[in-house]
Design a protein around this ligand. Structure first.
Ligand code: FES
Length: 152
């Protein structure tokens, strides 16, 4: 049964009328037109769809809309812009921390959530935080370098 769900999306009050069991990723991409969060596995196992819910990174593909009500969601569209990139985005470019780019949105959002909670993570903290974000191209070490650079 469609229900009105209110939440904050990238700093803007947002309301959508959707089935509360529908997944956040579907609503972001198909209802709200925000395509940065990617559908990889659809099972909460690859991290391509990672967004920030409150202060924590979550996989949007297995986050039902009822759990988003009244909360704050940040997607890559809310992290930075071409004109004013987030330090993580600048560091990813400088370190060439991507290849095909499919996982990059999720990597950035997971890293942003880490820095939000822990502004000075160690390399071990960064590796642990990102262990659920998979990259088939194998740029993990570059991603870790980029996050460390952004933190510094
Ligand atoms: Fe959500 Fe893989 S698409 S974790």
């Amino acid at each position: 049964m469609p229900t009105d769900i209110q939440f904050t999306l990238n700093g803007q009050a947002t309301s959508v009328r959707v089935d509360p069991e529908r997944m956040l990723l579907d609503v972001l991409r198909d209802t709200l037109g925000l395509k940065a969060s990617r559908l990889g596995c659809g099972l909460g196992q690859c991290g391509a769809c990672t967004v920030i819910l409150g202060d924590h990174a979550v996989t949007a593909c297995d986050t039902p809309m009822w759990s988003v009500a009244g909360k704050s969601v940040t997607t890559l569209e809310g992290l930075g812009s071409r004109a004013a990139p987030h330090p993580l985005q600048t560091a990813f470019i400088e370190e060439q921390a991507l290849q095909c780019g499919f996982c990059t949105s999720g990597m950035l959002m997971r890293a942003a959530a880490l820095i939000k909670r822990n502004p000075h993570p160690s390399e071990a903290d960064i590796r642990q935080a990102l262990e659920g974000n998979l990259c088939r191209c194998g740029v993990h070490n570059r991603v870790v370098r980029a996050v460390a650079k952004a933190v510094a």
